[in-house]
Design a protein around this ligand. Structure first.
Ligand code: NAD
Length: 468
């Protein structure tokens, strides 16, 4: 039995079948989640379509409901956070911040003003451009930040007047089920439906005839399948996909000064962030200092069960990901890389891995070229900045990147040459509700957040009134 139910048409719905949810801190099954059937998915889609008829009409009511929903999340953060920690692994404090973050996003959109644009008003015509909702949105999220990434979709989509069927990752279903349960009395029935299940449920959603829009966050490989599934029905898609973010240190960057920022942005959520720093390019003449400054921080990091106080980094979320990080680090070391810190799994139960800094490694090594998505950071030396930029840009990824240096103007000039959605200067992972976030190249299509994220859940309509 699952103690959380799916939310369909405002009701709690159990499934005939359930699937196992593993606590990554123990490696053991700790709970069950409902495995949505095709028939139940149809019901969720139908209830979203039915709710759309009224929900789209009253913008003031939508704003009020989003504001109330934010308050519910703020009030229930202490209840939902342990559910997230138990299935995701992140420290309880981070899980609590994530629930708050979801509330912050709901509140931001509740208050976002998006005025209609008048593009002509003269003797001939009054021409306005307005934004209309699309209908039912199918939303699919990954396991690293299930709640906050869910809120990036829920908040703008609902504000625009759409309704939604949302599916979290099978590794982290329960926190999103809990979120929907918490909001059941706040949002009208059918406006937000949450179903849980495996990858096949995602495929059923993207090929389902009801949704007009798919909003997907996950890996590049799955993103391509989603785009292909959307094509026959010309469903609109937003794809937020993987990244392999470079951080380039300029020759005037002081390793002692930038190391805290670099380390935090590489290891936040145990490196399981789409736009975490995934490779550092350091000038050859300061290379050893950079490696050592990062390695010292990795050695000092407190890793453990997220429910234990004082723990900074939890386990890797799931066994396949744990094996992938282990394999990429072992491959780098076999190829001549040096583990300046860490370098191997931590003995004992759970998917724990030592915070790892890899030195004497370069492009061409899998850990530099691929997205590791875990607590292992390669540091690559360079002598020529143009060459470092070419290497930083020389991948299919283009999510974000950063440039670090004492001369911020010069660093900004270099940052502008990165081919990616966000280029940070002397920081990384500075993400906020008002700032559009998305990737170029294989890192995605479209953006989330700010008015631009809202536009992604709308279609343009021109209202042209003749004055003749
Ligand atoms: P994933 O692609 O394996 O799964 C993501 C979601 O897609 C899950 O809910 C999964 O069940 C579902 N899914 C799987 N197969 C599907 C299919 N055929 N059709 C529809 N849905 C399907 O990704 P993951 O391992 O959960 O997440 C990690 C990845 O997500 C990393 O690559 C990371 O960089 C990326 N990510 C990107 C962003 C961003 O905003 N750009 C944010 C977070 C994570």
């Amino acid at each position: 039995m699952s103690d959380f139910t799916m939310t369909i048409g405002g009701q709690g719905v159990a499934a005939q079948e359930t699937f196992d949810v593993v606590n990554p801190a123990t490696g053991e099954v700790h709970a069950q989640a409902p495995d949505c059937t095709e028939k139940q998915l149809d019901q969720a889609m139908e209830s979203a379509a039915a709710a759309y008829r009224d929900w789209r009409r009253d913008e003031a009511a939508r704003r009020a409901a989003l504001r109330a929903a934010a308050d519910v999340l703020f009030a229930k953060a202490a209840d939902i956070a342990p559910v997230l920690t138990a299935e995701q692994g992140k420290p309880l404090q981070d899980a609590t911040m994530e629930v708050y973050g979801a509330g912050v996003w709901l509140k931001y959109y509740a208050d976002l003003e998006v005025p209609a644009e008048v593009i002509q008003d003269d003797d001939n015509a009054l021409v306005e451009v307005v934004r209309k909702p699309m209908g039912v949105v199918a939303a699919i999220t990954p396991w690293n930040f299930p709640l906050v990434l869910g809120s990036w979709k829920i908040a703008p989509a609902l504000l625009a007047g759409n309704t939604m069927v949302l599916k979290p990752s099978p590794y982290t279903p329960r926190s999103t089920l809990a979120l929907a349960e918490a909001l059941r009395d706040t949002l009208p029935p059918g406006v937000l439906n949450v179903v849980s299940g495996g990858d096949r449920l995602g495929a059923w959603m993207t090929s389902h005839p009801v949704p007009r829009k798919i909003s997907f966050t996950g890996s590049v490989a799955t993103g391509k399948k989603v785009a292909a599934a959307a094509a026959p029905d010309l469903k609109r898609v937003t794809l937020e996909l993987g990244g392999n973010d470079p951080a380039i240190l300029l020759d005037d960057a002081d390793p002692a000064q930038v190391a805290d920022g670099l380390f935090a942005a590489a290891f936040q959520n145990n490196g399981q962030v789409c736009s975490a720093i995934k490779r550092v390019y350091a000038p050859q003449h300061r290379y050893d200092e950079v490696v050592e400054a990062l390695a010292a921080r990795a050695r000092a990091a407190k890793v453990g069960d997220g429910m234990t106080e004082g723990v900074q980094y939890g386990p890797i979320n799931n066994r396949p990901q744990f094996e992938r990080v282990s394999e990429l680090v072992a491959d780098a070391i076999a190829g001549g890389a040096r583990a300046a810190a860490g370098g191997k799994p931590i003995d004992g139960p759970g998917f724990f891995f030592e915070p790892t800094i890899l030195a004497d490694v370069s492009d061409g090594s899998r850990i530099v070229d691929e997205e590791q998505f875990g607590p292992a950071l390669p540091v690559v030396p360079y002598t020529d900045l143009d060459e470092a930029l070419a290497r930083a840009n020389g991948t299919h990824f283009g999510l974000s990147g950063s440039v670090w240096g004492a001369d911020a103007d010069r660093a900004a000039e270099v940052a502008a040459q990165l081919d990616c959605g966000t280029a940070w200067v002397n920081t990384h992972l500075a993400i906020a509700p008002h700032q559009p976030f998305g990737g170029s190249k294989w890192s995605g299509i479209g953006v989330e957040n700010g008015p631009w994220g809202y536009y992604g859940f709308t279609e343009l309509q021109v209202i042209h009134r003749s004055k003749r």
